[in-house]
Design a protein around this ligand. Sequence first.
Ligand SMILES: NC(=O)C1=CN([C@@H]2O[C@H](COP(=O)(O)OP(=O)(O)OC[C@H]3O[C@@H](n4cnc5c(N)ncnc54)[C@H](OP(=O)(O)O)[C@@H]3O)[C@@H](O)[C@H]2O)C=CC1
Ligand SMILES: CC(=O)N[C@@H](CCC(=O)OP(=O)(O)O)C(=O)O
Length: 309
Amino acid sequence: MAIRLFIDGAAGTTGLEIRERLQGRGEFELLALDDAQRKDESARRDALHAADIAILCLPDDAAKDAVTLAEGANTRIIDASSAHRVADGWTYGFPELIGHAKIANAQFVSNPGCYPTGFLALVVPLVRVGLLPADWPYTVNAVSGYSGGGNALIARFEEDTDIAFRAYGLQMGHKHLAEMQAYAGLTHAPVFSPSVIPAHRGMVVDVPLPLAALPGRPSPAALHAALAAYYSDSPFVAVAPLDPVPGELLLLKSAAPWDGLTLHVCGSADGAQARLIARLDNLGKGASGAAIQNLNIMCGLPETTGLRL
Ligand SMILES: NC(=O)C1=CN([C@@H]2O[C@H](COP(=O)(O)OP(=O)(O)OC[C@H]3O[C@@H](n4cnc5c(N)ncnc54)[C@H](OP(=O)(O)O)[C@@H]3O)[C@@H](O)[C@H]2O)C=CC1
Ligand SMILES: CC(=O)N[C@@H](CCC(=O)OP(=O)(O)O)C(=O)O
């Protein structure tokens, strides 16, 4: 029997990409609400109760409401919003870091944020093996395609084509800080500089490291070897070769949807400095691709999404 799936927020940016990834997936029966009903509480409650699994692609407040509406049903929930990332009773849906078994058995799974996906993929394995300290004040510089801000930011960038670069998070309180700190087990929240470029999708997350000032002075080669070993079996995460250090990394405006995540260790010749850099699609491994990966794991299906990795 097909697994009944309800996407609450199916008309939004993340929901739409999830639906696209599910095309041709006969294991799932999609419960859909038409435009007149998609924000109707009683129709949403009915769909949330009828579904085996619901994926929430909603603003945070609406995602919390959806969880309340689903009360009394055994529906398993994947929440793409940031409402439950560090909440009790929720499993953080980052299989490569949390473990597949926890996600397979969870009722409530919270999809990671797009920026934390890059940051945590780079830092967690290295903190775990003691190559990077948990009490270092890390910095994170990142750029995102404008689809990262959903329909509202897409409309803004498509209407105002004069914007060449948008720095934000300037009050230092970005909503992704909590999950970055919590899942890396850091003493201090990182200093986070997010920004948006006039491309629809794509993301670069850059963690600069003054290696010579770190305890034990880890070498770029040691960082690279640890990441390569950690992700050696991952279908989603690739670690680029250490040598040669690329002259440049590009995000292309024409980039196609992509569910992979590529990690780079760029070290200076004397080993005194390095930049850990993650490249991903904010709508792929950063959102919709990760939701499908979690859905597959929760249903005991192969975890890959069918999209290029
Ligand atoms: N875009 C991205 O790259 C990423 C997004 N996310 C998260 O995923 C979630 C969805 O984001 P995204 O798809 O980008 O946002 P969008 O704004 O593109 O889509 C949100 C959708 O939710 C609908 N919606 C809003 N309120 C309600 C409600 N009360 N009941 C039912 N539907 C409602 C909206 O409808 P309407 O437009 O008519 O109001 C819209 O269709 C957010 O929490 C976001 O932070 C996470 C990782 C990356
Ligand atoms: C470019 C842009 O605006 N990006 C979003 C993050 C997108 C994301 O990861 O969504 P969550 O809200 O679910 O964490 C932001 O910075 O708020």
